[in-house]
Design a binder for this molecule. Structure first.
Ligand code: GLP
Length: 241
């Protein structure tokens, strides 16, 4: 049974998601974090809660879902930059204990193996934050006939490159490959918090909440098999389901 929480707009949705996150933090040691426009508001709320002393990241370790391949270090659209800028620089986390996958090129399979070993050595993820792509992807696990269990290198689909082009000067600047945690590793997390807002995510969320199928053609539907999932959405998305 998937829990669904609806906020009236993006701000309220972000607050409600931050409450779920803060509650899970009471027993969590390893946070699985996501990038993208969707969780930005929640990270802002969490930073405010941290500054008020309501929550602490001091004992926390984190692993991120994914990272583009080929962006120079420190690039503003890299997911490492995003995490520092949106969360880590504003909370009391030890940055040495934050991990974002990194592959030097599209053949860097060793980086994938090492990342899964790292997750295992931390004892696995307690709370995994997820967004969802317009096409139903989670992390960078794109719709396909089969999906990877473990961390792997993914060729991004045209749909994802189109969706992410808004963050870059031109579409050609969007990397075409990424390193991404696999769906198995995501499903190993003890708890999952999925955020989605706006009509454009309605088809993917409809398949998760209302459809009967579990299909690799819409990776987010795999979450139907997870025992502890909370989905936080806004009213615009709810109205489009
Ligand atoms: C990106 C990321 C995903 C993210 C998704 C949605 O490509 N790899 O982890 O959940 O697409 O992004 P947004 O929240 O900006 O819509």
């Amino acid at each position: 049974m998937i829990r669904v929480i609806v906020g009236k707009d993006y701000d309220e949705m972000s607050k409600k998601a931050a409450e779920v996150f803060a509650k899970a933090m009471k027993s969590a040691k390893v946070l699985g974090l996501a990038t993208g426009g969707t969780p930005e508001g929640m990270y802002k709320e969490l930073a405010a809660m941290n500054q008020k002393g309501e929550i602490s990241f001091q004992e926390m370790k984190s692993v991120n879902l994914d990272e583009y391949i080929g962006l120079p270090e420190g690039h503003k659209e890299s997911y490492r930059y995003f995490m520092n800028d949106k969360l880590f620089d504003h909370v009391d986390i030890d940055k040495e204990k934050t991990h974002v996958p990194h592959a030097k090129d599209k053949n860097d399979d060793a980086a994938c193996v090492e990342y899964d070993q790292l997750i295992d050595s931390l004892g696995g993820v307690d709370l995994q934050v997820l967004g969802v792509g317009v096409n139903g992807h989670i992390a960078f696990n794109e719709p396909d006939n089969e999906l990877n269990y473990n961390t792997s290198i993914i060729k991004l689909t045209d749909s994802t490159i189109d969706a992410n082009a808004r963050f870059f000067d031109k579409r050609e600047d969007v990397p075409t490959y990424a390193i991404s945690m696999g769906v198995g590793k995501i499903m190993e997390a003890k708890e999952i918090l999925l955020l989605a807002n706006g009509k454009k995510k309605a088809e993917a969320i409809r398949q998760l909440l209302k459809g009967d199928k579990i299909t690799t053609a819409c990776p987010v539907t795999l979450l139907k098999l997870h025992p502890n999932v909370t989905v936080v959405i806004d009213e615009e998305l709810e109205g489009a389901l």
